[in-house]
Design a binder for this molecule. Structure first.
Ligand SMILES: *Cc1c(COP(=O)(O)O)cnc(C)c1O
Length: 408
């Protein structure tokens, strides 16, 4: 199946018992079983079925199956938020004394999380750019994971997944990638060697800006060394499923960061138009970027522009599409504020992946508590405006920015 067909039919069929064309919302906490024996089996993962919605729920399971089909993984676990997915993807394999290598330009919440993990004896070594060379310098015998975002936001640096995963695998370390901004429309990271993928599905997967949620997907291909990843050893007999099985039976279930059925339903509705939305967002973003670069009054950063340092990687790995986010530099904070305030269609809000175009001044908001070095590695300058491009008509969007630039 091609991408758009897979969005509708991958891992999904009509509900056999009722014919419902969408997986209905099972808004219940518990599921009765006909016998004590059956509940025992279901409860202990020895038979298919549902017992309690923190552990499994048909609406949530349907969403997980669809995400797994999209990324071509071996299994998926949905979480209450993108941050829960990021956190649990790591805690599933880390112990006190371990080290993680991560990109310095990560999403702010993820950077903060690595700070929180210090209290549990987990140390993070940050690399300025997520390249095999920079990572190689930071690897020690305690390194247990490399964590990065495929397309950094708002810096928009692209990770060469093949090169980085090769290096990780030479050292027996899994590569965990946050693919939120790339989405499966731009890249399926497992095809390039990534081991675990996480998404904040609050963004492009949901698409309508109406539910907070996340997901962890396992490729099933990483060769775990059970002496180093001791916790996985008890799942050894499950082979490639050991990471996702441990996650589901362990830290994910016990943290309780499960996805609400109604939010899973909203995501399953949203996912069906991911291809159409992303195609439109990428076209709009490129049109805006080209307009800005010809006009010259603000400086765009967009990976699909030929003069961008990540242009070649964008062609090679993201099939030439630059994604739905671009940034512009307005010249000063004052000019950036004037531009934002003059916009009539683009909404000033802290989110990405909405169908509406959103803008934000990152330095005074998302990065207000970051130090200068952190801002620099995230590509955040005093005059940077981030644009999360929506699906409006591009003529209207360009006209809105033209009048705002003139007002600036
Ligand atoms: C939003 C976001 C997150 C966090 O997701 P929530 O759903 O807000 O918890 C993590 N990573 C990236 C890249 C994000 O954009």
């Amino acid at each position: 199946m091609e991408f758009n067909t897979r969005l509708l039919h991958g891992g999904f069929g009509a509900d056999r018992s009722t014919g419902a064309t969408l997986a209905p919302i099972y808004q219940v906490s518990a599921f009765a079983q006909e016998s004590a024996e059956k509940l025992e089996a279901v409860f202990n993962n020895r038979a298919p079925g549902f017992a309690y919605s923190r552990i499994s729920n048909p609406t949530v399971a349907s969403f997980e199956t669809r995400m797994n089909a999209l990324e071509k993984g071996i299994g998926a676990v949905a979480c209450s938020s993108g941050m829960a997915a990021v956190t649990l993807s790591l805690l599933n394999i880390l112990e006190s004394g371990d080290e993680v290598i991560a990109g310095a330009g990560l999403f702010g919440g993820t950077i903060d999380l690595f700070g929180d993990l210090k209290a549990f004896g987990i140390t993070t070594r940050f690399v300025e750019h997520v390249t095999a060379d920079e990572i190689a310098e930071q690897i020690t015998d305690r390194t247990k994971a490399v964590f990065a975002e495929i397309v950094g936001n708002p810096g928009l640096e692209i990770v060469d997944i093949r090169a980085v995963s090769q290096l990780c695998h030479e050292h027996g370390i899994p590569l965990i990638l946050d693919s939120t901004t790339a989405t499966p429309y731009l890249v399926r990271p497992f095809e390039y060697g990534a081991d675990i993928v996480v998404h904040s599905t609050s963004k492009y997967i949901n698409g309508g800006g109406n539910s907070i949620s996340g997901v962890i997907i396992d490729s099933g291909k990483f060769k775990w060394d059970f002496d180093r990843y001791k916790g996985l050893a008890q799942y050894l007999k499950l082979g490639g499923l050991c990471y996702i099985a441990k996650l589901h039976s362990g830290i994910w279930r016990n943290f309780g960061a499960c996805l609400a059925p109604v939010n899973a339903f909203m995501n399953s509705v949203g996912i069906e138009t991911l291809g159409l939305r992303m195609q439109r967002c990428c076209e709009n973003a490129l049109a805006l970027a080209e307009y800005f670069s010809e006009d010259g009054r603000v400086q765009p950063n967009y990976p699909a522009l030929p003069d961008n340092p990540f242009y070649d990687l964008c062609q090679k790995q993201l099939s030439g599409k630059g994604g739905a986010i671009l940034t512009i530099r307005a010249g000063s904070k004052e000019r950036a504020f004037r531009l934002i305030n003059a916009l009539k269609l683009a909404t000033n809000a802290t989110n990405i992946g909405d169908v509406r175009t959103l803008v934000i001044h990152p330095a005074s908001t998302i990065y207000a508590h970051s130090n200068e070095a952190q801002k620099l590695s995230a590509g955040v300058f005093e005059d940077t405006i981030r644009i999360s491009v929506g699906i409006e008509d591009k003529e209207d969007l360009i006209a809105d920015f033209i009048q705002a630039i003139e007002a600036m």
